[in-house]
Structures are given as structure tokens and as C-alpha cells.
Ligand binder design. Structure first.
Ligand code: UGA
Length: 441
């Protein structure tokens, strides 16, 4: 059984480590955060991701998945050592902060076996692999190869994304490294997953090009949704109509309150900085970033207008705080901008999120936290949906109507059909579609 190490037991490291063990590799996840490792050793998970608890416990039980904070002994005997530590935005300029990546690479270089390969799985700007090589060469003389293997999994559907990827990208500098990396992914390639072999720089660039393209696609549909609202067109049908063109594709055309999360905001910013450094600015992505920032503020205006021009003294129920459903992650979520602005405008806010409240507690103050959607809604002047959690789709609308002081639903994720909801007697404001007023019927 090939032994591999995953340095960094964050989202990407933990999910990919668990998945690699599931496909038959012997995996040790290393993290310098001892509390996190203790938690994992106790059978608990530091993040919420559907299916991850079972995947981890099954593979720990099978003896293929291990956790430790001792990097030096973990890398002994490992053929492939992945770096999956964070690359947050550097404060001030938006560059990716590579200090954790370089620190991990140097620690690995001090103890890795001769002939092992260091592979970046973290999202790293183009040129990072070659920087890592330079830093390693200061520590040891023998060839320790570097490869780049960016990860494309999404939070909330991470396991399925890892197990059934659209493609695997591997940046290498030798056929030996290519063979070893092909071995790592051999079980996945049995499912006919395309494996694309490139240079280090190309692999690094593909990751940023993917994320910035997707952020641009979302921003494109978001801007069109504004124009739809003004002209009477329906953004959902526009998305359907353009998405069926195979060249455009129907995915990632859901208009909403702006993209968030731990990747798109940080990666678009980092790409812009890299491009500027090379005097080859990508102004399209610069524009995407500023449109997306403005969009969150525009959502505040939209909500205030839906309340007749002021939310002063209004009780508003907010459903959903996470940046997307099926995660507890609130990083760069639109809620973190929208909720404080509504409070500033004089509203009282009650919030409910199925998984994100503990995290949101760290960023949001002065709201009342509800244990379920109905208690958030009870007696409120209106409800705002910020995240499209599946459970909101099956809410009892008649009960909501009874509980609300006035029957207003502001749905920033287009979860409902205006025709259905108007029949229930609600006023309904959504994205890229004309508001409908059912309460006057
Ligand atoms: C994203 C990419 O989709 C993954 O391929 C990538 O591996 C990951 O970043 C990463 O670099 O680690 P993730 O941030 O988990 O994954 O979530 P997405 O599903 O991409 O959603 C990002 C944001 O875009 C969310 O706020 C979501 O609500 C928003 N979004 C997405 C829309 O507003 N509309 C859409 O149609 C799709």
C-alpha cells in the first residue's frame, strides 16, 4: 500500500486525505494544531461536511487513515507528501500568504526520504512550485521533486467532487513524478477521469483560471439579474435559455447575493495581484471583485426598499448565514455584510442557520439566535433567505404566513416559484424577477 502524507488537516487536507484512504492509500494527516489532531483522534471532526464523519471513522478503523502533529516521523517512509495548508489573503494587498506553504515545505525537506515528492494541493499562485524548489535546495542537495496537484472540490459536496472529479490536474517535472502521481490517482482513473499532465506553472495557473472563471460566470448572471428586474425578464429562464447552449453550460448560473466562501474571494484577489506583478493585469477579474463587493451592499438596499424604504424598528428573520448550503462555513458570506448593515439601519434581527450559527457567532453580534426557522419568523415583519438550505424549501408556508406580522418573503436565492408563493398570499421579492404582491389579493 502506498504511504502518503497530507500536511494540513483543514478542509482540503482532511477531505482529500480521507478520500485517498478510501481509495486504498495509507494516509497520515498532519497538522501543527494539536487541538485539531486531538479532536480527530477522539473521533470528532473540526468541520461539517456531509458524509465525512463516516468516511473518516471507517478508514481509521480500517487502519488506513492516521492523524498526528509530528511531521518529522509522519513523512518517514512516505512516497508522496501533499501540502494542503491554508493560503489566506495577505493582509493589506490581497496576495496569497504563502508563509504556511513554505514553512511546511521546509519542514518536510528536513526529514523526507530520498526520492519522495512534495506536492502542492493548496491553491498557490503560479511560480510557487519553483520557489519551493529553491527553498528546498538550501536545505538538502539530493533531488526532492516538487509537483502541483490543485484540488477542485466544493464545500458541501466535497466527497463526491473528490471521488468523481471532472478532471485531475498534475503538474510535474519528470516522468518519474508523473508515474508516481498516476499511481496515486490510479483508482480514480479507472472511472475514466481525465488526468491532465502539465508543467508546474500550468497546473498552478489552471486552478486560478478555474476559480476566477466561475466567479466571473456568477457575477455575469448577477448583473443580468439586475437588468431583468428592471425590464420584466426572468433571470431563471434567461439562465436556462443560455445555459442549454453547450458552449455556455447551465452550471453556476444561479443569480444570488454575490459569491462568498473561503476560495473565490481570496483567489480572485490573489490572481489580480499576481497579474499586476507581471504587468499583465486581468482587469476583467478586478471588475468582478468590485461588482461582487458592491452586490452585497446592493442587497441591503434591496431589502430596505422591500420594507418600503426603511427597516428602522422592523423585526427581520434571516434564514441562512453560511456562504452556501451543506457547510458550517461563513467565511466571506454575504450574511456577514448584510446582517450588520441591517442592524445599523435600525432593524432587529433574528437569525437561523442549520449548521452555521456557531461559526457565525464569531462574526455577528446583536442578533437573536433561533433554534429553528419558525421561532425566528414568529412575529417578524418579514423574512429574508440568504442561503438556499434544502430544509427551507420544505418550510410550511401556511404556518409562516400565520407567524409573520406581515407576509413578506425576500428570497435572495430564488428558492420559490413566484406563482406558487403568490397563491399563498405573500409579498415576494426575489432576484432577477419582478416582485409579486399576493397580500393585496
Ligand atoms: C469553489 C469551487 O467551486 C471549487 O471547484 C474549488 O475547489 C473551491 O472553490 C476551492 O478553490 O477550494 P466552494 O467555495 O466550496 O468551491 O463553493 P462553490 O459551490 O463554488 O460556491 C462559491 C460561492 O458562489 C457561494 O457563495 C455560492 O453561493 C456562489 N454561487 C455558486 C452562486 O452565487 N451562484 C452559482 O450558480 C454558484
Amino acid at each position: 500500500m502506498m504511504r502518503i502524507v497530507m500536511v494540513g488537516a483543514g478542509y482540503v487536507g482532511l477531505v482529500s486525505g480521507a478520500c485517498f484512504s478510501e481509495i486504498g492509500l495509507d494516509v497520515t494527516c498532519v497538522d501543527s494544531d494539536k487541538d485539531k489532531i486531538d479532536m480527530l483522534l477522539d473521533g470528532a471532526l473540526p468541520i461539517y461536511e456531509p458524509g465525512l464523519d463516516r468516511l473518516v471513522s471507517d478508514n481509521v478503523a480500517a487502519g488506513r487513515l492516521h492523524f498526528t502533529s509530528d511531521l518529522t516521523s509522519a513523512v518517514k517512509g512516505a512516497k508522496v507528501i501533499f501540502i494542503a495548508v491554508g493560503t489566506p489573503s495577505r493582509r493589506g494587498d490581497g496576495h496569497a500568504d504563502l508563509s504556511y506553504v513554505y514553512a511546511a515545505a521546509e519542514d518536510i525537506a528536513k526529514s523526507a526520504d530520498v526520492g519522495s515528492i512534495i506536492v502542492t494541493k493548496s491553491t498557490v499562485p503560479v511560480g510557487t512550485g519553483s520557489q519551493i524548489k529553491k527553498r528546498i535546495s538550501v536545505i538538502r542537495n539530493d533531488e526532492l521533486e516538487v509537483a502541483a496537484n490543485p484540488e477542485f472540490l466544493r464545500e458541501g459536496s466535497a466527497i463526491n467532487d473528490f471521488m468523481h472529479p471532472d478532471r485531475v490536474i498534475i503538474g510535474v517535472e519528470s516522468s518519474r513524478a508523473e508515474d508516481i502521481m498516476n499511481d496515486v490517482y490510479s483508482s480514480l482513473s479507472l472511472n475514466r477521469t481525465p488526468v491532465i499532465i502539465t508543467s508546474l506553472e500550468t497546473a498552478e495557473m489552471i486552478k486560478y483560471a478555474s476559480n476566477t472563471f466561475l466567479a466571473t460566470k456568477i457575477t455575469f448572471i448577477n448583473e443580468f439579474s439586475d437588468l431583468c428586474e428592471k425590464t420584466g425578464a426572468d433571470i431563471n429562464d434567461v439562465a436556462l435559455g443560455i445555459g442549454l447552449d453547450g458552449r455556455i453550460g447551465s452550471k453556476f448560473l444561479n443569480a444570488g447575493p454575490g459569491y462568498g466562501g473561503s476560495c473565490f474571494p481570496k483567489d480572485t484577489r490573489a490572481l489580480v495581484q499576481t497579474a499586476r506583478d507581471y504587468q499583465s493585469p486581468i482587469t476583467l477579474v478586478e471588475q468582478v471583485i468590485s461588482i461582487n463587493e458592491q452586490r452585497k451592499l446592493d442587497m441591503v438596499t434591496k431589502i430596505i426598499e422591500s420594507f418600503g424604504g426603511s427597516v428602522f424598528g422592523k423585526e427581520i428573520a434571516i434564514l441562512g448565514l453560511t456562504f452556501k448550503p451543506n457547510t458550517d462555513d461563513v467565511r466571506d458570506a454575504p450574511s456577514l455584510v448584510i446582517v450588520p448593515k441591517l442592524i445599523k439601519a435600525g432593524a432587529s434581527i433574528r437569525v437561523y442557520d442549520p449548521k452555521g450559527m456557531a461559526e457565525a457567532h464569531m462574526f455577528i453580534d446583536d442578533v437573536s439566535w433561533s433554534d429553528d426557522p419558525y421561532s425566528a419568523i414568529k412575529g417578524a415583519d418579514g423574512v429574508v433567505i440568504l442561503t438556499e438550505w434544502g430544509e427551507f424549501k420544505s418550510l410550511d408556508l401556511d404556518k409562516i404566513k400565520e407567524l409573520l406580522k406581515s407576509p413578506l418573503i425576500i428570497d435572495l436565492r430564488n428558492m420559490f416559484s413566484p406563482d406558487d408563493i403568490i397563491k399563498k398570499g405573500f409579498d415576494y421579492v426575489s432576484i432577477g424577477r419582478k416582485p409579486v404582491y399576493g397580500s393585496s389579493n
